[in-house]
Design a protein around this ligand. Structure first.
Ligand SMILES: Cc1cc2nc3c(=O)[nH]c(=O)nc-3n(C[C@H](O)[C@H](O)[C@H](O)COP(=O)(O)O)c2cc1C
Length: 307
């Protein structure tokens, strides 16, 4: 018999989902000019019509310099009416609307943003490939402000929840992980310092979300390799998230610039990736050497439970 509990309503702080199913953030790749399209609206409307409790619009950037792809969403005032249309369409199907926001840091692309990528430290990222600029204190303040502004805007547009992307080796995760954070100031070194950026982002977004929106945070239980965060640091990260009043934690793992297949599973599709790369040097590196550098992880049911 089907376990009926999954189909019963659940309270997530200020919002009530009609059942306990949530469509996880998985990049749709459906935006044009970093804006909402009819395809994106129709996609999430259909998920909502299908009966989900809440659907999550994926991989939106809070800043222009946080974009990695041309068909990604960038949260900004100019697209307010389109964001509202997206939230309204989701509500019309009966589901709650959540949106995942973040900044890709060393995975952002100058060819997309016009800016040199930024990160916790200026460490070469082979998987970009990018050579990011180390963020100064003004950059840190500005990105935190971008997170806060994005949440205010999403609240005005009618979104019920926001999910902060603090995992997968993107910017917040780049601060948390000793693999990418080599800073010597108050944002680097000890776990207390490496988690400062996360704490400041959470403080800002909780303030912006107020008691009208639910706050979810996606985090790594493990970066997927030795030299990243430890299990103990993951427990502490979860405690920080809880202490900042998040309604839910989305548990994940993996690091796009070091262990991308830890979350995706299977073999890296290097041949298809190389086909779509125009730079001949990068094309060669990915196509021929990609499999050497990028470790495959076999798929297993419930793989994050067993690892
Ligand atoms: C094609 C694809 C795209 C994804 N895009 C995102 C994303 O944009 N943001 C994110 O946090 N996770 C992303 N993920 C990871 C999923 O949200 C999820 O954590 C992962 O697939 C494991 O959960 P599952 O067992 O429910 O699939 C993506 C996964 C896939 C397969």
């Amino acid at each position: 018999m089907v376990n009926a509990k999954v189909f019963t309503p659940i309270q997530l702080g200020p919002i009530t989902l009609r059942n306990r199913t949530i469509r996880a953030a998985a990049f749709e790749g459906m935006c044009t000019n970093w804006n909402v399209t009819n395809d994106l609206i129709n996609y999430h409307r259909q998920v909502s019509d299908g009966g989900i409790g809440m659907t999550t619009v994926a991989y939106a950037s809070v800043s222009k310099d946080g974009l990695a792809f041309p068909h990604q969403l960038w949260i900004r005032d100019e697209i307010k009416s389109d964001l509202k249309k997206l939230a309204d369409a989701i509500h019309a199907g009966g589901a709650k609307a959540s949106i995942q926001i973040g900044h890709t840091g060393n995975m952002s692309k100058k060819s997309v943003t016009g800016f040199r990528p930024i990160s916790a430290s200026a460490k070469f990222n082979l998987y970009g490939p990018t050579w990011p600029r180390k963020m100064n204190l003004q950059d840190i303040k500005r990105v935190i402000h971008d997170f806060k502004k994005a949440v205010f805007l999403l609240k005005e547009c009618g979104f019920d929840a926001v999910e902060i992307h603090a995992g997968h080796g993107y910017l917040i995760s780049q601060f948390l992980s000793p693999y990418t954070n080599r800073r010597k100031d108050e944002y680097g070194g000890s776990f207390e310092n490496r988690s400062r950026f996360l704490r400041e982002v959470l403080h800002a977004v909780r303030e912006a979300a107020g008691n009208q929106m639910a706050l979810l945070v996606k985090m790594n239980m493990w970066d997927g390799f030795e030299g990243g965060i430890t299990r103990e640091e993951a427990y502490k990260t979860a405690q920080i998230i809880e202490a900042h009043g998040a309604e839910a934690i989305v548990l994940s793992g993996g690091f796009v610039s070091k262990a991308p297949m830890y979350i995706m599973r299977g073999k890296m599709p290097t041949r298809i990736m190389a086909k779509n790369i125009s730079n001949m040097v990068v094309k060669f590196l990915v196509g021929v050497l990609g499999k050497v550098f990028i470790k495959p992880y076999p798929f297993q049911e419930g793989y994050l439970l067993c690892s």
